[in-house]
Design a protein around this ligand. Structure first.
Ligand code: AMP
Length: 224
């Protein structure tokens, strides 16, 4: 049997809450057949299913705090053990701490994979605060829209599957929780940006503008 081609290397999207990284990562993954691995989505799935992991994660998420590293890394390890060899992974919202970045390197090495590029999406803070309060989600395929930046083409109708889109400020989009999430980002995730920048893997992309424009900027940064 032919050995699968060695993957081009994995991608990481980093950015504060509301920057649009989830929407963009999902879009690019769909377009290119990559696997979109978003730890926030995985935690929300566990919360929805009422698993032990979900119950534990929710105690942190509801306060805007990061879930402890060992729990987060364990969940990623288990997800990575199920993926197809040769399929590129785009990590969204992981790693968020320097310890998670180290754990990811070790994990990828065991799978003969590596990080190819880390993209930091940047948006001014007042714009972030405007965006997080204006989320909407498709009730069927869960596509997330920003009513402030890119609403569905037809009001209330999903561009992707035609089902109903409803305004869904997430429980952790409440202003005081958002403030905590931004503090966590500044304290714990900014050092991750420095970590990858020091390794020459970081690209910075301006996240302001029409969604398609930002997608193209991101794609260029990945392909560079
Ligand atoms: P997100 O959807 O990426 O904004 O994540 C929502 C929440 O899930 C975060 O505020 C954290 O509580 C938790 N979370 C997601 N990813 C991580 C991570 N890599 N490390 C720790 N906590 C995380």
């Amino acid at each position: 049997m032919p050995t699968p081609a060695r993957p081009e290397g994995e991608l990481i999207f980093i950015g504060p809450p509301g920057v649009g990284k989830g929407t963009q990562a999902r879009l690019l993954a769909d377009r290119h057949g990559w696997l979109h691995l978003a730890t926030g989505d995985l935690f929300r799935e566990h919360v929805g299913l009422g698993t032990e992991l979900g119950k534990l994660a929710e105690t942190y998420m509801s306060k805007g705090l990061y879930v402890p590293d060992e729990i987060t890394v364990g969940m990623v390890r288990s997800r990575l053990s199920e993926i197809d060899a040769g399929r590129r992974v785009i990590f969204d919202g992981f790693p968020r701490t320097v310890a998670q970045a180290g754990a990811l390197d070790a994990l990828l090495e065991t799978l003969d994979r590596h990080v190819a590029r880390v993209v930091l999406i940047e948006v001014p803070r007042d714009e972030l605060l405007r965006r997080v309060g204006a989320r909407a989600t498709c009730t069927n395929c869960q596509t997330v829209y920003s009513l402030a930046v890119q609403p569905p083409k037809v009001n209330g109708v999903c561009d992707r599957c035609g089902s109903t889109v409803v305004a869904t400020a997430r429980a952790d989009d409440a202003p005081e929780v958002v403030r905590r999430r931004l503090e966590e980002y500044d304290a714990q995730t900014k050092p991750v940006v420095e970590h990858y920048s020091g390794r020459g893997l970081l690209s910075r992309v301006d996240g302001v503008g029409r969604m398609e424009e930002v997608t193209e900027r991101l794609f260029k940064a990945i392909a560079a």
